[in-house]
Design a protein around this ligand. Structure first.
Ligand code: HEC
Length: 169
């Protein structure tokens, strides 16, 4: 009986450990090439350079033209805009992932609910949505050009009554 109980405890511990490990891995998986304490959680994909240092001086008008023609196919960009194929993007900077309750997000995006769409996260997601959020339902290859990404993010920042401070270089 005692041995049985011990075995049960050990089994429980193993399950808890396994759950803990997989939770830890899932967590790590959501960080991708975001820098935490100056270090990448995982190595960034080939060809990527952060657009964040370019956002402060980016071309908002170009970003707007790009976003309206490309993102606008699936997203409304105005305040109170409804759902298209994708969720509304008003006030997206610093808003938590998956914040629109009426939108049926993929579990990939939902699993990052606790994280805000920081400039870094937007840069990472828009470079390669499928790498930032494996399994995302956003069928978009990504913006490989660093300046274009900065222009688009600088425009997204203006979609707010209180735009967030520009990122420092
Ligand atoms: C072909 C359709 C499509 C295009 C084009 C597209 N998106 Fe999306 N987007 C989606 C869908 C669908 C989702 C929901 C993804 C999920 O749940 O995995 C999404 C999600 C997002 C999110 C997360 C929103 C949130 O509330 O957490 C952001 C940010 C975003 N898109 C930005 C953009 C930007 C910027 C562009 C243009 C460069 C763009 N998208 C182009 C369909 C699209």
């Amino acid at each position: 009986m005692r041995i049985y109980r011990l075995a049960k405890t050990a089994a429980c511990a193993a399950v808890v450990l396994a759950l803990g490990l997989s939770a830890g891995m899932a967590q790590a998986g959501t960080y991708h090439y975001i820098k935490e304490n100056g270090k990448f959680m995982v190595p960034p994909p080939a060809g990527w350079t952060s657009s964040v240092p370019l956002i402060a001086t980016a071309n908002v008008a170009k970003g707007e033209a790009y976003a309206k023609s490309t993102c606008g196919a699936c997203h409304t960009l105005n305040e109170g805009g409804g759902t298209r194929f994708g969720p509304n993007l008003w006030n997206i900077v610093d808003r938590p992932h998956a914040h629109i309750t009426s939108f049926n997000y993929s579990s990939a995006i939902k699993s990052m609910k606790m994280r805000p769409w920081s400039y870094q996260e937007l840069d990472s997601f828009l470079f390669a949505p499928q790498i930032h959020a494996p399994g995302t339902r956003m069928p978009f290859a990504g913006i490989k050009d660093t300046q274009t990404r900065a222009d688009v993010i600088a425009y997204l920042r203006t979609l707010s009554n209180h735009p967030k401070p520009l990122p420092k270089k």
